[in-house]
Design a protein around this ligand. Structure first.
Ligand code: CDP
Ligand code: MG
Length: 831
């Protein structure tokens, strides 16, 4: 019926409506003509996937054995030599000594908190204690223990380890997004926090679960905090459920309080003493002296302070110290010198664990260290395959050097580490209020994290921790990490809560660290503008999809629309560019040159699409070799590291869409099926606008120019007039909403303007309110994706948008009715 309605309306609009609207309607008609087209059925598959998950909930398929059989089989297992061999090693873990106390506490309480040094056996042992005691007490058939891990890597790793300890008896399974291994015999399920949250989100009250063990609660991730909030509520509803929180010894009092004085079990560590060596202390014994190029020479006062820190007057040493502490990059050469120093001065080989902020630094480090004789270098980070991860644990003769991110801080233990090198840096999510996005950024670690890193050196014998920072720098570090919920855009948080809890504010007000209510109000408002929540406050079909996507709703919406409208390739790239540092660098002394270089890629009257274009050129050179790409980048002022970031983000976004069945399995960003309409620039812009709205400015021409409202296709405005154009934010603010196109925008070179609207991603207030980037967007893009449309019959016009963000268009009211119908169709597709 909807299609029929559109057909009828279409007939009357085709010859009369503005050309842009006809264009999109034609596009829509073409797609609607093919009944049950592929993208619609893929979207349905995604929703069915969700429902499928719901049917599987709670492992309602019971174990085929009765409690007595399970117990007998376990008794048998315990007699096996392989089992007792491993058990002997397990018994040496400090957790083992606490088994009796732990089970006793759990017996008497519904919530127990366990803290202990990393490596004491919390993760691998405690879940087994719970399971073993249930089996032996004759409750084996109903035992169902969920253990959550903050990362996929640790969920897989720990599940494998525990399964080995139980001789692969089938009692251990895992579930991470897009991958799971479990059966009706699974009793210990290791999953990521997100998996459990989604399970709760689908209405599962964990009726069949006996225990939930939440690991690494000290990390204070958003997911972790939300899970604790859910469990706190669930404890009231599900009278059988027991929960156990496990934490490193960081700020654990907060959890005791949160769970109404829950009992605490402290497992004593067995760490050996670790010596601290600060930069100023070991630097004199290294031969390494970096140039310190680009670092300002210290003032006399700073020199004095350096002298007192290093208790030395050696000028070259002091300058080196200064250069290293002022640099915002991890000094890989310093690490190389340090590793050589360690190896040269110790006769007995041991393990060296290097903490680095990210994968890029890990690769640089592996490269620099591979020439060291009698040493083997391993990477360790969250994106490794299980095989690569296992390699780290294998014994090596000679020196074992591991370059790791913070995954090695608390969740993964490598026993033979004797030396730790701590860069003091970590990549963490940071909220950027400027563009409302969360980004990964390099930070100093907290003192709590530095202490954890240091502790990794004393596992099997006394160790040493070399810090790539000074004692003074350490004293300036923050003590404890700020909970992630305080560092991310609340839109994502509010959206994920909305799925399960209608009263988002009421629910979140009970979190350990509740966000401020005014910030939440704003987040809900933004979600409303994005069409994720209806004006009545209900989750829309689009909102349902966005809640499943781990990225910001703005980017998520572009990607979902890009998938539906089959123009995903450029949209993936654009979303990745928006999440990265600028692709084009603009050195102070070469601004003009840099700007000319970027202008060569200018396309579609769009800064973002210009960058997409440049990215694609670089990508197409890749098969000709890395040196070609490098030369091209240098010549064109393109940042190689941003290029790499974009490539990996694109892949990451795509695999998320794949795991949600929004695109077919095995797709690449350039798969033809995803790119049927990628050459349709207007459509790509419309999709981008879907995420950007209401970041839109109206363009007002100089007086003598033709009014845009009446612009017919093909009318050309000269490029140099751009400077005379005035831009007004559709969300009128101070100074009447006047904004200015940033001088770096390629729109200054626009050859023709075809629309009176630009969408932007970033706005920045300095001397003026600048639009950092702009994309000219067709009117129909606003009609389709720019907030709700109200048809103004009296004035014969249309109003697009909500509350204070709106655009009035003089157009035929009938188009408004039609557009609303089209939007409803899109909703139907999303359902
Ligand atoms: O959770 P917690 O840090 O307290 O310790 P754990 O992860 O249970 O690790 C206890 C011990 O199990 C470690 O010292 C490792 O030696 C060993 N383990 C292992 O060999 N392989 C794994 N994948 C995990 C742990
Ligand atoms: Mg652990």
């Amino acid at each position: 019926a909807a299609v029929r309605f559109i057909e009828e309306q279409w007939a009357s609009v085709e010859d009369h409506g503005p050309p842009e609207v006809s264009e999109v309607l034609r596009y829509f008609m073409r797609d609607q003509g093919q009944a049950d087209n592929t993208e619609a059925s893929e979207v349905t598959a995604a929703t069915q996937g969700k429902r499928g998950g719901r049917q599987r909930k709670g492992g309602s398929r019971r174990d085929d054995r009765d409690a007595a059989t399970i117990k007998a089989e376990f008794e048998e297992l315990r007699q096996k030599k392989a089992y007792t061999d491993i058990l002997a090693a397990r018994k040496r873990l400090p957790a083992f000594a606490a088994q009796g106390t732990f089970l006793d506490m759990l017996d008497k309480n519904r919530c127990v908190i366990v803290v202990g040094e990393t490596g004491c056996g919390k993760t691998t042992q405690l879940p087994q204690f719970v399971l073993d005691s249930l089996i032996l007490a004759g409750h084996g058939s109903e035992a169902s223990i969920i253990v959550t891990q903050p990362r996929r890597l640790s969920a897989l790793g720990v599940a494998a380890r525990v399964s080995t300890e139980r001789l692969e008896d089938g009692s251990v399974g895992y579930a991470i997004r897009g991958e799971s291994k479990q059966s009706n015999r699974t009793k210990l399920l290791f999953c990521t926090t997100g998996v459990v949250l989604r399970r709760l989100g689908s209405g599962d009250k964990l009726q069949n679960v006996t225990h939930v063990i939440v690991d690494e609660v000290h990390e204070r991730s958003v997911d972790g905090d939300l899970l604790l909030l859910e469990l706190k509520t669930l404890l009231q509803q599900n009278k059988r459920l027991k929960i156990i929180l496990m934490s490193a010894t960081i700020n654990h009092e907060i959890f005791i309080k949160y769970f109404n004085n829950a009992p605490l079990l402290t497992i004593p560590g067995f760490t050996h003493p670790v010596e601290d060596r600060y930069l100023e202390e070991y630097l004199p014994s290294l031969s390494y002296r970096p140039s310190g190029k680009g670092v300002k020479r210290p003032s006399e006062k700073e020199m004095d302070s350096l002298r007192s820190q290093a208790s030395s007057s050696d000028e070259s040493l002091l300058l080196t110290l200064h250069a290293i502490s002022k640099s915002d990059r991890v000094d890989i050469e310093l690490i190389h010198a340090l590793v050589k120093h360690i190896i040269d001065s110790r006769a007995n080989p041991g393990g060296v664990l290097i903490f680095l902020p990210g994968v890029q630094e890990i690769h640089a480090c592996l490269n620099a260290l591979k020439s060291i004789p009698n040493a083997k270098v391993f990477p360790l980070h969250a994106n490794l395959s299980s095989d690569e991860q296992r390699a780290v644990f294998a014994p090596t003769s000679g020196w074992k050097i591991i370059a790791a991110t913070n995954v090695a801080e608390t969740s993964i233990t490598i026993d033979d580490v004797v030396y730790v090198i701590d860069s003091g840096k970590v990549k963490e999510t940071q909220y950027d209020p400027e563009n409302g996005l969360t980004k990964l950024e390099e930070q100093w670690v907290t003192r709590a994290a530095a202490r954890q890193r240091r502790g990794r050196a004393g596992r099997t014998k006394p160790g040493v921790c070399y810090k790539l920072y000074t004692r003074r720098q350490e004293s300036n570090m923050q003590h404890f990490p700020i909970p992630e919920i305080k560092r991310v855009a609340l839109e994502s948080v509010a959206l994920s809560v909305k799925v399960t809890h209608d009263d988002v504010k009421g629910f979140l007000s009970r979190a350990i660290d509740p966000p401020t209510m005014s910030a939440l109000d704003h987040a809900l408002f933004v979600l409303n503008e994005l069409g994720a929540i209806s004006p009545e406050g209900d989750l829309t079909p689009m909102g349902q999809h966005l809640a499943m996507l781990p990225m910001e709703p703005r980017l998520g919406k572009m990607l979902v629309l890009g998938a539906i409208f089959q123009c995903l390739g450029p949209v993936l790239t654009a979303a990745s560019i928006m999440s990265s540092k600028p692709l084009f660098v603009s050195p102070m002394d070469k601004r003009e040159e840099a700007s000319r270089a970027r202008a060569k890629f200018a396309t579609g009257n769009s800064d973002i699409l210009t960058d997409v274009n440049a990215y694609e050129e670089c990508a197409s050179l890749r098969e000709k070799g890395a040196s070609r790409v490098r030369a091209f980048c240098e010549e064109n002022f393109i940042s190689m590291s941003t290029l790499r970031d974009i490539t990996s983000l694109r892949q990451e976004f795509l695999s998320t869409l794949t795991s949600l069945n929004l695109v077919p399995w095995g797709s690449t960003p350039s798969s033809p099926a995803l790119n049927t309409h990628s050459a349709h620039t207007g459509l790509v812009k419309a999709v981008l606008l879907g995420g950007l709205w209401p970041r839109v400015a109206r363009v007002v021409l100089p007086k003598d120019a033709v009014k845009f409202d009446r612009v017919q296709a093909g009318t050309v405005q000269r490029a140099n007039e751009a400077r005379e154009y005035k831009f007004f934010d559709v969300r009128a603010g101070a100074a009447g909403g006047r904004v200015f196109l940033h001088p770096s925008s390629v729109l200054f070179r626009a050859a023709e303007w075809r629309s009176p609207f630009v969408a932007y991603f970033q706005k920045q207030q300095t001397t003026k309110l600048w639009l950092r980037d702009a994309t000219e967007v067709p009117v129909y893009a606003l009609l389709l994706f720019g907030g709700p449309v109200t048809v103004n019959h009296v004035g014969g016009g249309l109003t697009i948008g909500t509350k204070d963000a709106f655009v009035k268009l003089k157009a035929w009211p009938r188009i408004g009715v039609l557009v609303n119908q089209l939007r409803r169709l899109l909703d139907v597709q999303l359902k």
